[in-house]
Write a protein that binds this ligand. Sequence first.
Ligand code: FMN
Length: 171
Amino acid sequence: MSNFLDVLNERSSIRKFKDQEIPADVCKQLIEAGLKAPTAANKQEIHFSVVKGDNPIQKEIQNDLNPNAENSFYFNAPVIMYLSGPDDFKWSPVDAGIAVENIHLTAKALGLGSVILGCMVKIVNGEKKEYYQKKLCIPEGNSLLIAVAIGYPDTEKTPHTFDFEKNVTIV
Ligand SMILES: Cc1cc2nc3c(=O)[nH]c(=O)nc-3n(C[C@H](O)[C@H](O)[C@H](O)COP(=O)(O)O)c2cc1C
């Protein structure tokens, strides 16, 4: 699927993935989608830590977040990307949000699925921040802002509905 409006209209968060690796060239396309995103003042400050799904660090984070969880909040995705940005640049959270959406939409366009993940941010930036930062190769002075789990979808999902009247005012 490559028509942008089709991608936009048919996108959903995917939380079930096939046991199938993402080829390196496809993964590179996804990373570049993040790098192509606009950033405030063209600062291009967002860092992307790309981690294989079976890296034990994910289990460790999961365990710190919720040791009793029955299912992985990474949904066994083959690739997780962690986006971090400098603490001293006020637009980093916005820039990371735009970059992660670029990745999410590009994944859809390439026949993959993904889910944006924020649930582990407080763990990675928490009391074990230094440890996790090293493990995830997050640059010094950065904090984790958002992540995305990506793989080949093993489910179909109807796009969410929305309430135009509630959320929009034409001024
Ligand atoms: C900033 C942000 C953080 C999110 N964090 C999580 C998360 O930690 N776990 C999860 O399963 N989904 C997470 N999501 C996905 C949302 O739950 C999802 O986008 C929402 O339910 C709407 O569903 P849709 O994307 O299929 O339209 C996150 C989405 C955003 C934008």
